[in-house]
Design a binder for this molecule. Structure first.
Ligand code: ADP
Length: 509
């Protein structure tokens, strides 16, 4: 059942073929039903018309016989009638197409009347309303009816025509019924029904087949286009569609190819531009390094001798040293990023314990200096991963420095947890928090929540931390709520681990 629903949802061809089959079956069934009704009506009508005219001539003959008879004795009269029925059923033609039932003499008020019948008709199998109509008034009446024969369980479709007869001799009335079998018509109708059913079925199958062929003709190129688009999307930019002919599919293919070519050239252009920019940043950072070292050394000398300067010059020497330190850290951040961009960043893997990393992070004197209270959660158990201790340490210290620098929180929580597949380390603060999409933007290069109130940062720390995490096959994610604090979760996969999701779910998630 699920496979069928999946097929229905995924395959246009299945939908086209099924709906064509269902609709054409409906149309064919409706047409067949109308046709069958017409044929049945026509057959019954023609049989009825012939039956009534044949019966009428029979009634006339019987009435003439009765009129000519001069019997006054009911017994002999009755015998004469029996003979008349016999002659009616035996005289005409070689093959008789009807049976006769004669009821009478009809006495008013009595239900039970003697019956003479040329066939073994079940008593009471004549349609009751026809019987009533014939008994009540002179005239010719007819009905379609299913008659049951004595000793047989099946019924026979027939048309029954009845009329009153009057015997002038005794003054009795009789009811004479002609029963015409409609078996032939029924057989013809069955034949037509079977032919219609088989024909309809064959037609539905044929229409289904045609729908399948036609939809394949349209869908095959579309499927091909989908496969090529998927390959293109997965980075194979050389993929193009084959164009043949001038139909809609050919035009779609050439439009697709144009789009692919234009996208490819744009992507190449942007890649080149990005490479150029990366090279530029990397070259500039390298080039600045040497003069910076010299200037830093000179500023070191000035800084060390600041006590001998007048206060203004001494302050300048301090500022100079501070800004040069900042400049140096910016340069080293830029060099780090350009190494990531160039794919030149290398991991030096060791077996490390993230609980240990968390504990040593908590001991950072900077936190104590700022009077921040640090709580450790889940660090009693070892949380072992294969990682580059230098980079992991850098991430954790960056997260702690940020929490201390930007959040204004008096308390920080460091939590370590693990599952089958990975180990997570979360740093949570209870400060200003992150609003809107800031939890994503904090990882953007040079992004700072409030550049005006800059705390000396460059906006590169979290970008580098995220690259460091990705280098391990891990993730660094941020959550937060304004005024309630923020939480940064670093997740490193275990070497044999399977699960990729973080082992800690942030309270803000
Ligand atoms: P930097 O290297 O300058 O510290 P980061 O990339 O580490 O820059 O952080 C970028 C910005 O993210 C910061 O300027 C700060 O506005 C915001 N931020 C980082 N951590 C937090 C935090 N714990 N609480 C609030 N804001 C934060």
């Amino acid at each position: 059942m699920r496979r069928l629903t999946r097929l229905w949802r995924r395959s246009i061809q299945a939908r086209v073929v099924t709906s064509t089959i269902v609709l054409s079956a409906l149309v064919i069934a409706l047409t067949g039903w109308a046709l069958l009704r017409d044929v049945a009506g026509g057959l019954a009508d023609s049989r009825r018309v012939a039956a009534i005219s044949e019966a009428k001539s029979g009634f006339d003959y019987a009435q003439t016989q009765l009129d000519a008879s001069v019997e006054t004795e009911p017994a002999t009269q009755s015998q004469a009638l029996t003979q008349m029925v016999d002659s009616l059923t035996s005289s005409r033609g070689a093959k008789r197409t009807y049976e006769l039932v004669l009821e009478g003499p009809l006495l008013t008020g009595t239900g039970e009347v003697p019956i003479r019948s040329s066939a073994a008709i079940e008593a009471g199998s004549l349609p009751a309303d026809l019987d009533r109509a014939v008994r009540s008034k002179p005239g010719t009446y007819w009905r379609y009816s299913d008659l049951a024969l004595l000793g047989s369980s099946d019924t026979h479709p027939s048309v029954v025509v009845g009329s009153q007869l009057r015997a002038p001799g005794t003054g009795d009335t009789y009811a004479l019924f002609y029963l015409f079998s409609m078996e032939d018509q029924q057989e013809t109708l069955d034949l037509v029904r079977r032919a219609l059913l088989l024909g309809g079925l064959a037609m539905v199958l044929m229409v289904g087949g045609v729908a399948w062929l036609v939809s394949r003709q349209v869908l095959d190129p579309v499927r091909l286009a989908r496969r090529i688009a998927e390959r293109y999307a997965s980075g194979n930019l050389e993929q193009r569609m084959h164009v043949s002919g001038e139909d809609d599919i050919a035009r779609l293919s050439s439009s697709f190819n144009q789009m692919a070519a234009s996208l490819q050239s744009q992507i190449r252009r942007l890649e080149n531009l990005s490479r150029l920019q990366q090279r530029f940043v990397s070259d500039v950072s390298h080039e600045l390094r040497t003069p910076l070292t010299t200037v830093q050394m000179a500023s070191e000398v000035l800084y060390d001798a600041r006590e001998r300067f007048d206060p203004q010059t001494a302050r300048s020497a301090e500022l100079l040293k501070g800004e040069l330190d900042r400049f140096e850290s910016l340069l080293s951040d830029l060099l780090d990023l350009s190494r990531f961009d160039a794919g030149a960043a290398k991991l030096e893997l060791d077996t490390i314990d993230l609980s240990q990393v968390a504990r040593s992070g908590a001991d950072d004197p900077m936190l104590a200096r700022k009077g921040i209270d640090v709580a450790l959660i889940g660090v009693d158990e070892p949380a072992i991963v294969e990682a580059d201790i230098r980079r992991i340490d850098r991430i954790v210290r960056n997260l702690l420095t940020n929490a201390a620098k930007y959040s204004g929180s008096p308390r920080i929580e460091i939590e370590v947890a693990q599952n089958d597949g990975c180990v997570s380390l979360a740093v949570r603060d209870f400060g200003v928090g992150l609003s809107g999409d800031e939890n994503l933007r904090v990882f953007d290069r040079f992004w700072r929540a409030d550049p005006a109130r800059t705390q000396g940062g460059t906006g590169l720390g979290l970008a580098i931390s995220r690259e460091d995490a990705a280098l391990h096959g891990g993730t660094l994610q941020a959550w937060g709520r304004p005024g309630e604090g923020s939480e940064f979760v670093l997740t490193i996969p275990k070497p044999e681990g399977t699960a990729k999701f973080p082992a800690i779910t942030s309270v803000f998630a």
